[in-house]
Design a protein around this ligand. Structure first.
Ligand SMILES: [Zn+2]
Length: 105
């Protein structure tokens, strides 16, 4: 590995570290799983497209289904997320989709 390649790798690692800190700035304030008190792992939820429905059969009622993430099979969205391996609870932050205008709160 030459000096240029080493610098590129170091820059990439530094950029990843900065993005991780930014992505988890708010989520990292949540220290324990609210359901079981277990430890959270930090990671990303990768989603092609998703919809929020207030009930299981939301598809029956026009207007109850709302996009939660932008459809993008080729460019799936990645959301900072917390996962509890103890009770299998996951939560993620979709602020980026609100900022993008996909979600109208
Ligand atoms: Zn838990």
């Amino acid at each position: 590995m030459n000096e240029k390649e080493r610098k590129e790798i170091e820059d990439h690692i530094e950029k990843d570290r900065e993005e991780h800190e930014r992505d988890f700035f708010d989520l990292s304030k949540i220290k324990k799983c609210p359901r079981c008190g277990g430890e959270f792992d930090e990671g990303y939820i990768v989603i092609n497209a998703s919809t929020w429905s207030e009930n299981r059969f939301g598809w029956v009622y026009a207007g109850l289904k709302k996009p939660l993430t932008k459809p993008g099979v080729l460019n799936p969205s990645q959301f900072p997320a917390l996962r509890c391996r103890k009770c299998h609870f996951v939560t993620f932050d979709y602020t980026s989709e609100v900022e993008r205008g996909t979600v109208k709160e």
